[in-house]
Design a protein around this ligand. Sequence first.
Ligand code: ZN
Ligand code: ZN
Length: 247
Amino acid sequence: MPHQPLLVAGVEVTPLCDAVGPMGEAIRRPLAEMFPGAGLPEEPWILHFHCYLIRDRAGRLTLVDTGIGGVDSPASSWAPVPGALVRELAAAGADPADVSTVILTHLHSDHAGGAVADGRPLFENARYVLQNAELEAAAGAVRDQVIDVIKGQLHVVDGDAEVAPGLRVHLTPGHTPGHQIARAGELAMTGDLVLHPAQLADPAVRYLYDDDQERAAATRAEVLASLRAEGGALLATCHFEDPFVRL
Ligand SMILES: [Zn+2]
Ligand SMILES: [Zn+2]
């Protein structure tokens, strides 16, 4: 079931819980290895996989990230279970055809896999917003099974951009070359800018699967400092147990 929606900045934000579970065995590591130096235990990391549905005052629907996808998704080799996005959308009263904008924070398969279903774009009437640097770095199964399928609906941006009324994206590279976060007022939907609450206390804590750990840490520190300087944002994170956390 979706987590509780919140009203923020004049929009309704519903966290869709696409999946909960550990990564598959091939890439699974204890928390202590995933986040070296953070003092976390040698225990499995049980992740939530969240996407965020935004309904604005005019009834327009925007989805931030699309989760794992179905049994044939590029994420199926390592994700705990197939994604429940379509069921979650229905429980939130939304049909994929009604979504007008899909923001892909980045092209990891647990964020972009759900953009397609049965070899077709799942969100047939949506623009898929992606950073140019992320598109240029696309490779492997995500390029072949996701990007090639949605390419006619891609809305490629470069850096900061307003992608729907009151909704902006910002380039935040490091986790991937063209990672982006989305903002609606004080709400920051942070993709994989932060993966574990330990990184809020110390943004220098590295994540094993950041593409560029050095750059990711620098970007994380910069973005969190800037959000705190605004007076504190409400973060919507993909993999924390709590879908919202006040900075
Ligand atoms: Zn959840
Ligand atoms: Zn990622």
